[in-house]
Design a protein around this ligand. Sequence first.
Ligand code: SF4
Length: 196
Amino acid sequence: MGHGSLIMMAKKSKSDEVSAAQILAQLERLSRLSRGSSHSGGLNPAQWDALRYLGRCNRFSNSPMALTQYLGATKGTISQTVAALVKKAVVTKTVRTGNHRSVVLVLTDLGRQFLANDPLRPLEKSIENLSAKTKKRFARGVLELLEGERERQSQPPFGTCQACRFFRSAPDTCMKFEQALTSEDKALICVEQVER
Ligand code: SF4
C-alpha cells in the first residue's frame, strides 16, 4: 500500500469518527423535536409523559408519588399535570382500596384512545424501521447510557418482574406486595422493582 493510500485511510477514519459531543447534541435535538411534537390533542408534553407512564406502569405503581419519581418532576408540577388530565377525562383519580392515604390514577377509555394516537408513534415507527443490527446496537447503547445516568442520579430502575428480587415463579408471585401476578402485571414497569 502506498504512502498516499495510508494518508487517505487515516483521513477517512478520522472523518468517520463521531465525537461524544456530537452524539450528545444529536440526542438532545432528537429529544427536543419529539418533545415539540408532543403538543397534540389538547395535551402538553408533560401531560403526554404522565399518560405514557400510566400506560406502562403496573397496578402497584399508578400513584402520583411513583409518577413524580419516574418523571423526576416536582410534586407541584405533577399535581397540576394530574389535575389537568382528570379535567380532560383521560385519567381518573380515586382512593386506593385498603389505604385511604394513597391515590390511584387510572387511564379512562378516552385516555387509552389518546395513547393509541400518541404523537411519538411516527418516531417509534422510524425505530422499528432501523435494520436489526442498528436497532440492537442502538438499544444496547441507549440502555447503557440510561443505566449510568440513572445510577448517577440515584433513580430507581422502574424495571419489570422477571428481573426483580421480589419475584417468585410457579406460581408467579410478588413477595413485596404478597400478591399473585398476572402476565399483564409482569409486562408492566414497577416503582418497587429491585434488580437481582
Ligand atoms: S415482583 Fe418486583 S417488579 Fe414485580 S410487582 Fe413485585 S416488586 Fe414490582
